[in-house]
Design a protein around this ligand. Structure first.
Ligand code: PEP
Ligand code: MG
Length: 366
């Protein structure tokens, strides 16, 4: 029993765990969050986002040099500077998780978020890359986007710059092999490819990732196991989930993006009108908070069914905000998800909700 969940509450949580059939993981990208989540009962990391790691002050100059360089060689040089820090990120996380499963997602944010805006930074970068300030500005403008959330992000980034996926995969695997050898924990990294909507995006990147893993394994003489899977967060992916499951070894529903793209509502701006929709009874609930069973939910169900048509035992989780919402958890249980993943402080709520869902289900089955 953990310090936070001792006493009567701890007892209730134990009962809940005895009933629930769905796993409960956490979304965490630092060892600190991972440790908090474990104390709340998380059974693994369902989503380790890697975006924040790239914005780290010590790395951002290399990140910018990487995206603004026009040759693979220069990009690889910049990525080599980031690799040791990226490896340390994962070493810390694997250690904190003590052998529990960890799903690491490859870089996802829109490219433009990395672009320098400060004049001082732009001048320094231009100097570094041997360009005039004007030429540097032209390169920067060329990477700007009108609609970045539907733009150059997720797997699209890795397709343009496979060397980013290679660096991250190397860091994920080298860290896992080192921690496995040092601690004896049986670490099986789960590498997750974001924003797939076309089967060929996944088959292309699966090869890039798999080749890198196999190279690292050979270099380190390691027989470590690993999985390569994908996010299900573009409506099209759920429609072709049977094809995607031929390559993917697991799915994780990104219900934030899936809701955004199914409704055509921007997840960053919908707050501006959702309250009017509620007041006028057009939408009873905010679909970004609680799963929209009749729309987005149908896509989730279809994705699970089609995925398991190809691979009957396919592990399928959810890592969008809905993974910590009790009503949504009830729905995820009903459609047969293997686990939900939510923020650390929501883990106890998810454990209870998953138990209630299992009990409710058995009541309904009578
Ligand atoms: C999602 O889209 O639901 C998801 C978990 O990814 P992110 O929120 O990082 O886009
Ligand atoms: Mg997403």
């Amino acid at each position: 029993v953990t310090p936070e969940l001792s006493g009567n509450f701890g007892k209730i949580m134990e009962w809940a765990d005895a009933f629930r059939t769905m796993g409960v993981r956490t979304n965490a990208d630092t060892p600190r969050d991972a440790s908090v989540a474990i104390r709340f009962g998380a059974e693994g990391i369902g989503l380790c986002r890697t975006e924040h790691m790239f914005f780290d002050e010590a790395r951002i100059p290399s990140v910018r040099r990487m995206i603004l360089s026009d040759t693979k060689e220069l990009r690889e040089k910049a990525l080599a500077e980031i690799l040791p820090m990226q490896k340390e990120d994962f070493i810390g996380i694997y250690k904190a998780m003590e052998g529990r499963p960890v799903t690491v997602r490859l870089l996802d944010p829109p490219l433009h978020e990395f672009l320098p805006t400060d004049e001082k930074d732009i001048i320094a970068l231009a100097k570094d890359l041997g360009l005039t300030k004007e030429d540097m500005m032209t390169v920067i403008h060329g990477l700007e986007e009108f609609n970045p959330m539907l733009g150059h992000r997720g797997c699209r980034l890795a397709i343009t710059y496979p060397e980013i996926a290679e660096m991250q995969t190397r860091a994920i695997m080298e860290a896992a092999i080192e921690v496995k050898e040092a601690t004896g924990f049986d670490i099986v990294p789960e590498i997750m490819i974001p924003l797939v909507g076309i089967n060929e995006e996944l088959t292309y990147l699966d090869k890039v990732v798999r080749n890198t893993v196999e190279t690292v394994k050979a270099e380190k003489k390691s027989d470590i196991k690993y999985l390569i899977g994908t996010m299900m967060e573009i409506p099209r992916a759920t429609l072709i989930a049977d094809k995607i499951a031929e390559t993917a070894e697991f799915f994780s529903f990104g219900t934030n993006d899936l809701t955004q793209m199914t409704y055509g509502f921007s997840r960053d701006d919908a707050g501006k009108f959702i309250t009017d929709y509620k007041d006028k009874n057009i939408l009873p609930n905010d679909p970004f908070q609680s799963i929209d069973v009749e729309g987005v939910g149908k896509l989730v169900e279809m994705g699970v069914t089609l995925g398991r048509k190809t691979k009957p035992n396919l592990k399928v989780g959810v890592c969008g905000e809905h993974g910590g919402d009790p009503k949504s958890i009830y729905f995820f249980h009903k459609v047969g998800l293997s686990y939900v993943s939510c923020s650390p402080f929501r883990v106890p709520i998810a454990r209870l909700a998953a138990a209630q869902a299992a009990l409710g289900q058995s009541e309904n089955d009578k």
